[in-house]
Ligand binder design. Structure first.
Ligand SMILES: NC(=O)C1=CN([C@@H]2O[C@H](COP(=O)(O)OP(=O)(O)OC[C@H]3O[C@@H](n4cnc5c(N)ncnc54)[C@H](O)[C@@H]3O)[C@@H](O)[C@H]2O)C=CC1
Ligand SMILES: O=c1[nH]c(=O)c2[nH+]cn([C@@H]3O[C@H](COP(=O)(O)O)[C@@H](O)[C@H]3O)c2[nH]1
Ligand SMILES: [K+]
Length: 500
């Protein structure tokens, strides 16, 4: 007989937190936002934890290497998308891993014979001020000089002139040998007032670069997500079709954790993918699974060996899966059900399988509500798509700046790998293609969001996420309170932090 769940389906927007007693030690600086990412025995520490419980959505418009690096610097974790061929995805994972704290692989390089017009376009597209000149234009070619936006001007210099004609040649520059330590490299940056220090091999080839900007960021962010070799941590998406090729390539490239990327994780396809990773690859890398919206599906994936389980069907900002297929559940109801099952599962088996809340967080405070409801960490698409570091284009629409953002199930993403449909047209779309308001760089935004999270937890008397899970008191809001919230006050200035 058809089963109808007794509860209505509720969203995160339908809850508020009721403060608990705040004691002397419960201050923002003492709030520890660190979270487990992968399964672990109850009472032990997860082998993979992050300091800030935010991860980027497995999406083409969101998770580029640049975003993953910035997010790892601030204590979160990026998931490189899998809507690209295996080699391309592995290369992106490799780019994050190679970006060794402080010493980075140079990715803005040009040949001396290139024109000033070419280097100008390269710098503009990459939003950088300086390019490294190497003989073959690669990040490991023979080092010949540097060229910055301050070295030429379109009105003074012929843009058809060569880079060589305006660059600062290697013999006039300060460089460092490959044996240099990061702290000595940073001292050189300051002593010689450099923005960029090229690290050059004994044979004269570029090995890496050290940027002043990275030094400043490093001082600012002490929570970096790094592995035992001090390389940034990075996750990657996989699918339930080409996993035999994709998983080994991603492991080889250094991925720290994988996640099956699907709208509906309650399937034998996911079970087989997890079994392959565990049995044939000997569990060399943890693999998360999802998405699910109830306890049955959580248990199925936990039993199948999922490292974590991702919750959320149809709630994403670009989602139209509820309209198209009629599947899904309000994110709060889904979390409540899955969290209860996670806790039962932990009690029965002694294994804690973390839960990721994915999609549909419209305001910063929704993150606090999701964590209070028991989520271990949070995956965001729209939130990160708005930042400089996301890979999509910045566009000006009627005087306002936007970043492009599109769903993985949209025609634009043309998800041929997984949709099994014609190469060009999808039978039906499951996501929209649009724009989100541009919000500047990731760094200040993450700082503001985490400041709010800490403040909420302080109000709720919690200095750790497990304490927040245990002690949070939530209340459902009535239709009436939505209306009261809506009372309009016209703002004096157009600018303020909307929390979105
Ligand atoms: N979280 C959400 O609410 C939603 C997310 N999305 C995103 O869109 C993208 C595509 O998601 P899906 O359409 O769910 O992709 P999917 O590949 O998981 O599923 C597509 C279809 O293929 C089937 N399938 C999967 N593996 C198979 C195999 N080995 N052999 C035969 N059939 C197989 C599935 O049962 C399903 O019918 C993902 O990036 C996902 O995150 C799309 C819609 C909603
Ligand atoms: O219905 C959908 N159609 C799509 O095309 C699509 N693409 C991504 N996703 C899911 O949305 C999540 C990101 O949601 P937010 O932008 O709200 O953070 C992501 O993390 C996914 O779970 C999709 N859902
Ligand atoms: K299913």
């Amino acid at each position: 007989m058809v089963q109808i769940l007794p509860e209505v389906s509720r969203t995160l927007n339908e809850y508020l937190l009721v403060p608990n007693l705040t004691t002397e030690d419960c201050v923002p600086d003492n709030v520890d936002l660190s979270a487990p990412i992968v399964r672990h025995p109850v009472g032990e520490i997860s082998p993979l934890r992050i300091a800030v419980p935010l991860v980027s959505a497995i999406m083409m418009a969101v998770s580029s290497p640049r975003l993953a690096i910035a997010l790892a610097q601030t204590g979160g974790l990026g998931f490189i998308h899998q809507n690209q061929d295996v080699a391309a995805q592995a290369k992106q994972v490799g780019a994050v891993k190679r970006h060794k704290a402080g010493f980075r692989h140079s990715d803005i390089n040009i040949k001396p014979s290139a024109t000033l017009g070419e280097v100008s376009r390269l710098l503009r597209a990459a939003e950088r001020d300086i390019a490294v000149v190497t003989e073959d234009g690669t990040g490991t070619g023979r080092f010949v000089g540097l060229i910055a936006t301050t070295d030429f001007h379109p009105q003074r210099h012929d843009l058809n002139g060569t880079v060589e004609s305006r660059m600062r040649p290697a013999h006039q520059l300060v460089t460092a040998p490959t044996t240099i330590s990061l702290s000595d490299a940073n001292t050189m940056l300051w002593d010689h007032r450099l923005d960029l220090l090229p690290v050059v091999t004994a044979e004269g080839h570029l090995a890496s670069i050290v940027l002043r900007r990275d030094y400043e960021l490093h001082k600012q962010f002490r929570n970096e997500s790094i592995d035992d070799d001090k390389r940034f941590r990075v996750g990657a998406g996989i699918n339930t079709r080409d996993y035999r090729d994709r998983i080994p390539a991603l492991v080889e490239a250094g991925a720290d954790v994988l996640c099956i990327d699907s709208s509906d994780g309650y399937s034998v396809w996911q079970q087989r993918t997890l079994a392959y990773a565990a049995q044939e690859l000997g569990g060399v890398v943890p693999v998360g699974a999802g998405n699910v919206v109830d306890g049955r599906a959580f248990r199925y994936l936990a039993d199948a060996g999922a490292a974590f389980v991702k919750v959320g069907i149809g709630g994403g900002s670009i989602c139209i899966t509820r309209d198209q297929k009629g599947i899904g559940r309000g994110q709060a109801s889904a979390l409540i059900d899955v969290v209860a099952e996670r806790d039962r599962y932990a009690q029965e088996t002694g294994v804690y399988v973390p839960i990721c809340c994915d999609g549909g967080l419209l305001a910063d405070y929704h993150m606090a509500v999701a964590l209070a409801l028991g989520a271990d960490f949070i995956m965001l698409g729209r939130y990160f798509a708005r930042f400089d570091e996301s890979p999509s284009n910045l566009v000006n629409l009627d005087g306002q700046m936007f970043k492009e953002y599109w769903g993985e199930g949209s025609q634009r993403a043309r998800n041929v790998t997984r949709y099994d449909q014609a190469e060009t047209e999808l039978a039906f779309e499951e996501g929209v293609d649009g724009y989100v308001p541009y919000a500047g760089s990731l760094y200040p935004n993450i700082a503001r969001t985490t400041a709010k999270l800490r403040a909420t937890m302080v109000s709720c008397g919690a200095t750790t996420l497990p304490a927040f899970h245990r002690d949070a008191v939530l209340v459902q809001v009535s239709q009436q309170s939505y209306q009261q919230n809506g009372a309009e006050v016209r703002l004096r200035t157009g600018e303020r932090d909307s929390g979105r």
